[in-house]
Design a protein around this ligand. Sequence first.
Ligand code: PMP
Length: 290
Amino acid sequence: MKIYLNGKLVDKNQALVSVFDHGLLYGDGVFEGIRSYDCLVFKLKEHIDRLYASAQAIVLAMPMNKEAMMKAVIQTLKVNKLRDAYIRVVVTRGEGDLGLDPRKCKQPTVFIITDKIVLYPQELYEKGLAIVTVATRRNIPEALSPQIKSLNYLNNILAKIEAINSNTEEALMMSADGYVAECTGDNIFIVKDGTVATPPKAVGVLGGITRDAALVLSKKMGLETKEVLMTRYDVVNADEVFLTGTAAEIIPVVKIDGRSIGKGKPGKFTQNLIKEFRKITRIEGERYDL
Ligand code: PMP
């Protein structure tokens, strides 16, 4: 396996970064998770735009432009001969000293890992997921905006640990004010009386790229869509609930806190949306040849 590291393609065991890298010492950096389907990189431009927006938000000057970054992603996929892949693009503040001062970090570290995609078991898409609401609140935007896809995922990891301790796959995190925010690596949607709703970004959630795609597809499928504040009451009273994310794609939720949602089975709309989403991933995207 070859890894893109600071402009070079190197063997996995030679893809090494310094222990003084602030990405490691402080989580000072940004990243993206992207997928390719049958030699099509899904929403590559949107992911690279979000990467650069995250970098801008943490005052990290990117060492290359967006076009070069997109080329580097494609180059890494090609050299690894991957038709279907999970792509991780990481940009750290770079090597500095033991202090926080980012001015000591002269050169950002850029690496791209392309690997085989590890899918959730198909059974979860057919039977649906059980999730729990957790005590760990989502970071408040005034402290660290969840819109920044930063290398510090401890907020989400602590929530994930709570989900695991409750024998469920995913945690639903609330905002500090108690509104529904998002799961540890996915956005949440509810379907109620023919309307598809998801919390607004301003509540403190990542503006998911799959979330955007799900909103567009839902509208095309004839449903009304809205971004609206919601509480746990709205989730337990929903007809259908689903999560969206690059790794999970669109996955139905059938239980929350041990209580069944709707009929306790993946809903019709969610099932159709999964089909439509899978269709677009095979049509849209940045094509590359192997
Ligand atoms: N929320 C969080 C916290 C995430 O980390 C992610 C990405 N894994 C998402 C939502 C979904 O975003 P996307 O659809 O862009 O993958």
